[in-house]
Design a protein around this ligand. Structure first.
Ligand SMILES: [Fe+2]
Ligand SMILES: [Fe+2]
Length: 288
């Protein structure tokens, strides 16, 4: 993968932010907080550029505490591991965006970010209903599942605009358009490559790499299956945000494997727009 022309272009663009090697380790700690000392985790979090002031500002901006949060340690102890993990991933995903409007000219990363939040919420609700995986973890994975798209937005924005036009104006499926523009690969391979580069835990890498291909092998995890379905629900929500009337059909087999019915999917689709707005406001770094 390192030698693929698109990966080479991403590296040569010079736009990909340098994330400390510690980031993957911090995520591992936040995924299994009982196995690590919180002070070690806080120490590593403090090395992520600008993370401490961002976290503190978000907290003081959104919480109704009658005291100010002053340090990273205050913030992490107040939030707990699972909320810190969510905010760390949201922050790192948005850190990739070069400025508030992104580099792509036609593709709109703000709307796309809402698709990611929608995927998180839908996956959380499926996990809650089925009990098949940890709902807090899967929520975090939803935020990062399309990290490959974000990489394109910052490093190869013209490619992403071409894909977006092919999809919205010519009705070509996203994955097919990506294979044409990206010399045979898609945002999933780019996302997996980035997970390796940043030392992101394997469980997340699997979701990033296979959320469009839940039948790639018989050992596909419940996390991947849930993300596949959540991604579809949120893709239909995103289509409406874009003003499109096209909606996508998902595999009934995945529904069977997860033992869920169409009513649940419809229920999630109804509440998604309101919930996305609520969460988007809670983890909004744009005022920084
Ligand atoms: Fe995707
Ligand atoms: Fe997606």
């Amino acid at each position: 993968m390192q030698n693929h022309i698109i990966i080479r272009q991403i590296k040569e663009s010079g736009h990909l932010p340098q994330i400390p090697k510690d980031f993957g380790e911090v995520l591992n700690m936040l995924l299994e907080p009982c196995e690590f000392h919180m002070d070690d985790c806080i120490e590593k979090l403090s090395k992520i550029p600008e993370f401490e002031p961002a976290l503190i500002q978000v907290l003081n901006h959104t919480s109704r505490l009658n005291r100010n949060i002053l340090t990273l340690k205050d913030a992490v102890l107040y939030l707990g591991a699972k909320n810190t993990r969510m905010i760390a991933i949201a922050y790192i995903t948005k850190l990739l965006l070069p400025n508030k409007s992104g580099r792509a000219k036609i593709f709109n990363n703000k709307s796309y970010w809402k698709h990611c939040i929608g995927t998180s919420i839908a996956s959380y609700m499926i996990a809650e209903k089925t009990g098949l995986c940890d709902k807090d973890k899967i929520f975090t994975y939803g935020l990062i599942h399309d990290i490959g798209i974000t990489v394109l937005d910052i490093c190869l924005p013209e490619h992403l605009d071409r894909i977006f036009v092919m999809k919205t104006q010519q009705g070509i499926h996203q994955i097919a358009a990506e294979k044409i523009v990206l010399s045979g690969i898609t945002h999933t391979e780019i996302g997996m490559w980035l997970c390796d580069e940043w030392g992101i835990p394997d469980e997340i890498k699997e979701v990033v790499g296979y959320h469009h291909y839940p039948f790639t092998n018989s050992n596909t995890s419940n996390e991947v299956r849930i993300m596949y379905l959540a991604d579809f629900i949120s893709a239909n929500y995103y289509q409406k945000l874009l003003g499109s009337k096209i909606s996508f059909n998902y595999s009934d087999r995945v529904m069977e494997l997860l033992n869920i019915n169409k009513e649940l999917i419809d229920e999630i689709a109804i509440i998604l727009p309101r919930e996305v707005e609520r969460i988007n406001n809670a983890i909004n770094f744009e005022f920084l």
